[in-house]
Design a protein around this ligand. Structure first.
Ligand code: SAH
Length: 466
């Protein structure tokens, strides 16, 4: 059977539903929602159908259908009785009156089927499997439904309200180009970001042919590496970028999602050699947005956690360049989850502290006395090169030398490794071992849970260091 999805006007032709059970009831509801004229023939019907009849939304004939039933020629007939012989006879009768027939007790030979529908009216997404697999259709519907922001409704409505204006302003051959420009502009994203006023202003500027002001900077947290850990919004903004500024922590899995025609600019830093100075990055983000581009600033993890995201948007705020900030899963969360180390397990820790172990002049200036607290988990970002200094300081300020420590190397990536030991032994035991950046350090008794809770076989690769 070949099928073709078409969208019908709800009130084009009447529908007759034979049967009053659950399936019939669902179809009736769908049809009523679409504004269809519905007649139900069933000796008894469920409460939902009865309620609709009471409201006058449908006509119900409380009787058994007969094989020689009369149907309005060219109308739609849904056969939902549990008597397949009767369904068979009614199908033949309906077709002899040029009706379109859908039997719910079989999926072959139907003239039409009901697709699963994701409703963002005026936008509808319909999914069907030619009737062969309702379960698969439902599964897909759930996935797409979760992925499609509710705000597409508002976007659909905005487009509907603009249609008349566009028609007035542009001759027919120019309209498709206008709508393409509109869809590629920042308007859809502004609607999805629930900023309808700005969306409308920009739409009006586009309509009047003035385009400037379209640019925006998206400061997006790309998470710790596994692209599956992106948020829906991050993915959407990544896919709509004109130009991308990214650094070392943004993995290839995430970069693969950037549109092929977007310009890519590497601004990464490797410890001592700053590829592009921070001031210059800040300035370039602003400049590109002011040219009207949608500028994606992708940062590893969360942009506001040791990411200098705040500095990058400060200049934008000062210039009045619009921006959005999208949180990402920070390395602490990613490494803890994928390493089976619950950071605040109740038996071990009441608090967790994120600190930077970045060295300045060979030392790091941390409030050591606060860090040695026994019921606290310490997460140290950028702490690999200063590890032995950090462990030494913690011990000399009173931390138990047997305190467990984990180094999570390339957390959440396919080659993640977890090295465990104690703060007394770890620095010496990794000496001479090749440990790759990025590596996150976790200190505290929660680390002991790793041996029990590591759950992703391909990511466990536990390298006990002591
Ligand atoms: N904004 C980032 C952190 C940037 S600082 C975030 O929220 O995660 C860079 C440090 O983060 C690295 O030195 C390392 O300590 C840590 N890091 C980032 N990604 C990591 C990963 N996939 N595995 C282990 N550590 C990671």
């Amino acid at each position: 059977m070949m099928t073709l999805p078409l969208v019908l006007k709800g009130d084009l032709r009447p529908f007759t539903i034979i049967g009053g059970g659950d399936v019939a009831s669902r179809k009736v509801q769908t049809l009523v929602n679409a504004g269809a004229k519905v007649r139900v023939i069933a000796p008894s019907a469920g409460v939902d159908i009865a309620k609709l009849a009471q409201r006058g939304a449908i006509d119900v004939e409380a009787r058994e259908a007969t094989p020689n039933e009369h149907f309005e020629p060219g109308s739609f007939v849904v056969l939902a009785t549990d008597n397949s012989e009767l369904n068979e006879a009614l199908a033949a009768q309906a077709r002899s009156q040029n009706c379109f027939v859908c039997r719910v007790d079989q999926h072959e030979g139907n003239d039409f089927i009901f697709p699963a529908v994701i409703d963002r009216s005026p936008i509808l997404v319909s999914i069907s499997s030619r009737g062969t697999s309702p379960a698969l259709t439902r599964h897909l519907k759930q996935r797409i439904d979760a992925f499609l922001p509710q705000e597409y409704r508002q976007l659909g409505e905005l487009v509907e309200t603009l249609r008349a204006d566009v028609k007035k302003r542009f001759a027919a051959p120019l309209r498709p180009a206008f709508w393409r420009k509109f869809m590629r502009s920042n308007v859809p994203e502004l609607v999805l970001a629930r900023q309808p006023d700005r969306a409308m202003q920009l739409a009006e500027r586009l309509l009047s042919g003035k385009e400037e002001g379209n640019g925006e900077v998206y400061l997006v947290g790309a998470g710790p590496g596994d692209p599956d850990l992106l948020t829906f919004r991050a993915l959407r903004l990544i896919q709509s970028a004109d130009i991308v500024f990214y650094d070392r922590l943004v993995g290839p899995g995430v970069m693969a999602l950037v549109p092929e025609d977007a310009e890519r600019i590497y601004v990464g830093k490797a410890m001592a050699d700053h590829a592009v100075p921070q001031d210059e990055i800040n300035q370039r983000l602003a400049d590109e947005a002011r040219k009207g581009k949608r500028v994606l600033r992708l940062k590893g993890g969360d942009p506001f956690i040791f990411g200098r995201g705040g500095e990058e948007i400060e200049l934008l705020a000062q210039y009045g360049v619009p921006f959005q900030v999208v949180p990402g899963i920070t390395a602490a969360s990613g490494c803890a989850a994928y390493g089976g180390i619950p950071l605040t397990h109740r038996d071990h820790a009441q608090s967790v502290r994120f600190v930077t172990g970045h060295l300045r002049n060979g030392t790091c200036n941390l409030p050591w006395n606060e860090l040695i607290h026994p019921h606290q988990t310490l997460v140290i970002y950028m702490g690999l090169s200063g590890l032995s200094e950090i462990c030494k300081q913690l011990m000399s300020h009173g931390m138990d030398p047997d305190t467990p420590i984990a180094l999570v190397e390339k957390g959440t990536l396919p080659d993640q490794r977890v090295h465990t030991g104690t703060i007394a032994t770890m620095p010496a035991s990794i000496e001479g071992k090749e440990i790759h950046a990025p590596t996150l350090t976790i200190i505290g008794s929660v680390v002991n849970l790793h041996s029990k809770l590591a759950w992703r076989p391909e990511l466990v690769r536990d390298e006990s260091a002591d």
